[in-house]
Design a binder for this molecule. Sequence first.
Ligand code: NCD
Ligand code: ZN
Length: 362
Amino acid sequence: MTTRPTTLTIPKPDDWHLHLRDGAMMKAVVPYTARHFARAIVMPNLKPPIRTTADAAAYRERILAALPEGVDFTPLMTAYLTDTTNPDDLEKGFRDNILFAAKLYPAGATTNSDLGVTDVQGISHILDRLQRIGMPLSIHGEFVDPSVDFFDREAVFIERILIPMRRSFPELRIILEHLTTKTAVHYVMTEGQIGRLAGTITPHHLWINRSAIFENGISPHLFCLPIAKREEDRQALIQAATSGASMIFAGTDSAPHPRTAKETANGAGGIFGAANALSLYAEIFDHANALNKLGDFLSTNGATFYKVPVNTASITLEKSPTPLPPLKPILTEDGAEIVVFPHQSALSWRIIESSSSYAAQP
Ligand code: NCD
Ligand code: ZN
């Protein structure tokens, strides 16, 4: 019998899907990401959204100003597509290295998506431009229609929107964000091999299935979009993440909301996982006996897909013999409280060291 490692050093990870918000909330959450991730793709669904290159440039400055001193962290900016996005502006932002990707929210699919795209057919000229300039398109893949069951939104999106879109724009570089179903995993893993399609997986979708939301009385802190699915879906996500497959990588979708916005009628979707993300991923990989694939998932695959260098810095994780209790809620300067996922489970893995250079392990 071989014993599992209890420490692991990997290149510093990147978070390929993150919500940082703005103002006091951003100031409270950004240190948690900047501590353990070298880069993050920052989602544009603010209120109002980040829609133009100028919006993104100003938002990037606000993020940089909110970083703790001495921290080396690069926010990668996105533009929120609407029915009236100007493709010339997208192109300019991309060429000037201000915009890293464009984000497609189907209108009404999630938090602050009201101004999202109402009809994907109507933005063909934008998709055409993205395809031509090689700008990645990040997609919230849910089909929003009263006739479609809430839990089927992702699968229906693939069928009705993504497959036709990829037929029309075969060279478009697409990231289907926060995969939640075995259907989506299967689609990305079979179609993604041509390097034009990738998928991100959050820590919380690896941890919980839909039953967990209801198990101890309904828990708003386990409600996110897309909503967690069945156990068989969670198992498919674990298999995909731990396979090392190049088209699958980490995107935490850490999405903080004040406790008051979660614990209420019409509670907001979004789970704040940034503070524990690496521990959560490590725990899943350890359990699946796949710690040797953690670096691919957290640090290598995404960089390769997005055509940026793998980080040269490293981090070291350690498994503690005694599980560490859940973190306390985070307080913002203006008095809001953010519940940290998982609010009820202890975790064993933690980060013990970050260094500025990575040496491959023997
Ligand atoms: C995100 C948010 O709160 O901004 N919510 C979520 O449940 N993931 C939006 C999103 O990524 O869907
Ligand atoms: Zn998100």
